[in-house]
Design a protein around this ligand. Sequence first.
Ligand code: ADP
Length: 266
Amino acid sequence: LHRIGQVLGQAIVHARVFRREQQLVAELQELDARKQNFVSMVSHELRTPLAAIVGHLELVQGGDLGEVAPTFERSLSAMSRNSARLGRLIEDLLVISRVEGSDESSHRLVDLCELAGDVCQMHENRAASGEVAIRLHTAGRVEVTGNDQELERVISNLLGNAIKFSPPGSRIDVQVGQVGDDAVLCVRDQGLGISEADQRQLFDRFFRASNALASGIPGTGLGLAITKQIVTKHRGTIAVSSEVGRGSTFTVTLPRDFRHARPPTD
Ligand code: ADP
């Protein structure tokens, strides 16, 4: 009887600890949802005044200013550069809160080949104006279960970066294929390349490598963090291999059947 009493006592202690842990998880989830909601609301609220500022700036820049001091023109272009930067930051923050808030109920069967084709088409003009050629390599259909808008963003972020960091006359290869139970997406460029030290921090929020800082190429440093966040949510992995001055290759591996994959670890 004494032993049974001891075991029951231990079971009660374990049950209390378990209940407390469940309460803590629920409280943390509630706090996380409130944080997401706040970031999303603030980003939406910032959009309206920024649109007004940009509108007025365009009006001033498009109008006949007559004789103006060079400092005035410099100020106008600094204002316009910085409002564009603010706009990109707001959009990226909105995307982060949207991705954090989405769940598997938005998942559908998505053909990565078709999606990659659409994204390449969307970026064609930008690539052409930078004299960069995009080549798409796909093999029939490669289907994954996922959120099509988020997967489109993954391809778009990687291709957008490849264009941004490539010199005129170079080529970008976008490849979609299948390896066993996985879908594999590769974006390879012949651009600036990324140093080994920078590669370690590449997926951190707000990180911009020395190549971007030295060349003055604009950006928020959030694109790859968002890309990794989406890939991890789809239980996939992302890797980079790069050499300074020769180019970079980003490889995304996604389980084709999401339900059989390991849950995300970060
Ligand atoms: P950004 O808005 O600066 O492009 P990202 O998070 O997308 O932010 O990328 C982080 C940094 O990684 C970039 O600032 C750049 O230094 C580097 N980077 C990303 N993609 C490439 C690429 N294809 N070639 C060279 N550098 C890249």
